[in-house]
Design a protein around this ligand. Structure first.
Ligand SMILES: [Fe+2]
Ligand SMILES: [Fe+2]
Length: 138
């Protein structure tokens, strides 16, 4: 499980959003490292909880910002946030039912794949388009 590296490709040039995104990426990395180090289920579940909580706060802040400026793609963007949170919560719930070592390995692998793509794909394909919109207002 490799660390997710922040690159300028993900930078939107909006300091509040960039710093949120970097923090979320760091939380993803904390989970990946803990999983790799073989930490126990409650610790992994707690890290995921924290990530989900922080993600929800970021999504709300982002939605408020976009709403304030009348972003036309807000409804679609909100639905995408909702979908990602549902996926993350579904994965997280599965940690409650894991008891066997190989099951846990499978689940952490699946979680790692998910974390490595969800946030970065979302920033690249869903967040990026609001940048020119917000920039055009100032
Ligand atoms: Fe977003
Ligand atoms: Fe975002």
């Amino acid at each position: 499980m490799t660390r997710i590296e922040w690159t300028d490709e993900y930078k939107l040039g909006l300091p509040a959003m960039d710093s949120d995104h970097q923090q979320l990426l760091e939380l993803c990395n904390q989970f990946l490292e803990a999983a790799q180090a073989g930490h126990a289920i409650p610790q992994l579940a707690a890290l995921l909880d924290q990530l989900i909580l922080r993600t929800r706060a970021h999504f709300l802040a982002e939605e408020r910002l976009l709403d304030r400026h009348g972003y036309p793609g807000l409804a679609i963007h909100k639905a995408e946030h909702e979908r990602l949170l549902t996926q993350a919560n579904t994965l997280k719930a599965r940690y409650d039912d894991v008891s066997q070592e190989d099951e846990l390995r499978h689940l952490t692998g699946e979680t790692a794949d998910f974390l490595q793509s969800w946030l970065l794909n979302h920033i690249r394909t869903n967040d990026r388009p609001y940048r020119p919109f917000l920039m055009s207002l100032s």
